[in-house]
Write a protein that binds this ligand. Structure first.
Ligand SMILES: Nc1ncnc2c1ncn2[C@@H]1O[C@H](COP(=O)(O)OS(=O)(=O)O)[C@@H](OP(=O)(O)O)[C@H]1O
Length: 380
């Protein structure tokens, strides 16, 4: 029956066999396209530039202005935008059940899995106005994830390592790694090895002398043990901590060529940065207080960055099992999340006399660092 309707409506009798075949295929293509559009995929086709612009012009902040610093997006306007759901603008539409920010890689997977935010599609890629330059194992990941909760902060998840490893790729390469930002939002990245890279201060200065620099510092002895723990986890055959820390165990001479020791001589590395940047461009965050009072430390960071104090006590809860503060609602998710297993892991036992000797070694450098920064971190 269906077949007879088909033949009565579309009588191809007068056409040659070849023409019949081409009409048949044209219709298949047409109906496939129609089906595609009905299921919503046509929205992903490229649109003319002026259409993108008009979409962008539709974006307004809640107070009615455009691009105003500190203002929030008018979410209802965004919901009305064509294709907004396909862009995954609203995290609640794209939850993927992942609870831990377990690593840089996972962070990116979370983003790729559908949590593309507004700024992934609108705005421009800018050089970072602020960089977390160190220190390794200081708590840099925690700080970056806490900052990403702020609506005016957009940050790269992975460590770009531009100013130490990939400088020859050029500044445009670096800028391209950045997430898109809207006016009023700041771009950030974190690469803890910058703090100890000799060329990094000059290179960052060349990019912009106005770059704000954040250093998360932690008791250098605990930091060294944390660093050692990380290397040990990748290489279980590693010699003992004391074997690596001392040039000679009987003389008790510290081996400063071991990076786990060298990184903790903060005063020496800071001197390098102060050749290019005034102290006012640097903020020193206490890694210890970031654990005991994350909201307090975040207050200082937001002030330094010229941001409204949005990330406060209400964003954190203390996870008893992990023994660390975790986020109630990290960026792009509405579920509580702690940092991954490699953050806040147990350290191996190091003999007390070894730790005391190392503490003694660091004392003069710590005092110098307190003087230089005007802050007493209380490690001694
Ligand atoms: N909220 C929260 N959750 C988990 N871990 C936290 C947190 N805040 C600070 N820390 C401390 O961060 C230490 C890791 O520092 P980094 O992120 O700078 O490490 S890395 O250099 O990026 O590898 C990590 O070091 P370890 O304890 O040695 O694992 C933690 O002590």
């Amino acid at each position: 029956m269906g077949c007879s309707i088909w033949t009565s409506r579309f009588n191809f009798g007068h056409l040659k066999a070849q023409s019949k075949v081409s009409v048949f295929f044209t219709m298949i293509i047409f109906f496939t396209y129609l089906f595609y559009c009905l299921t919503g995929y046509c929205d992903s086709l490229p649109r003319p530039l002026y259409e993108h612009q008009s979409v962008r012009n539709k974006l307004r902040f809640e107070d009615g202005s455009k691009n105003q610093r500190g203002a929030r997006w008018n979410v209802s306007t965004l919901r009305e935008l064509p294709g907004s759901n396909q862009l995954g603008i609203f995290p609640q539409d794209t939850r993927n059940g992942q609870r831990e920010i377990s690593s840089d890689r996972n962070r990116q997977q979370v983003e790729v899995a559908g949590n593309l935010s507004v700024s992934n599609n609108f705005g421009t890629k800018e050089f970072p106005q602020a960089i977390i330059i160190g220190v390794k194992k200081g708590g840099t990941r925690a700080l970056l994830e806490f900052l990403r909760v702020h609506p005016d902060v957009r940050a790269v998840g992975a460590e770009p390592h531009f100013f130490d490893r990939f400088y020859d790729k050029g500044l445009e390469w670096y800028r391209n790694l950045m997430p898109r930002t809207l006016e009023g939002q700041i771009t950030m990245e974190k690469t803890p090895s910058y703090f100890v890279t000799r060329e990094a201060p000059r290179r960052v200065f060349t990019m912009s002398r106005h770059t704000k620099l954040i250093v998360v510092v932690r008791d250098p002895v605990t930091r060294a043990v944390s660093d050692y723990t990380q290397t040990l986890s990748k290489n279980p055959g590693l010699p003992s901590f004391q074997n690596l820390a001392f040039k000679n165990t009987t003389s008790g001479l510290i081996d400063t060529s071991w990076s786990a020791v060298r990184i903790g001589i903060y005063a020496k590395h800071l001197e390098n940065w102060l050749r290019y940047f005034p102290l006012s461009r640097l903020l020193f965050v206490s890694g210890e207080r970031l654990v005991t009072d994350p909201a307090g430390e975040m207050g200082r960071v937001q002030d330094f960055l010229g941001l409204k104090r949005v990330v406060t006590n209400k964003h954190f809860y203390f996870n008893q099992t992990k023994g660390f503060p975790c986020l109630k609602k990290p960026e792009g998710s509405s579920r509580p999340r702690c940092l991954g297993k490699s953050k806040g892991r147990p350290h191996p036992h190091i003999p007390q006399d070894v730790l005391l000797r190392l503490r003694e070694f660091y004392r003069p450098f710590n005092l110098k660092f307190y003087q230089m920064t005007g802050q007493d971190f209380g490690w001694d």
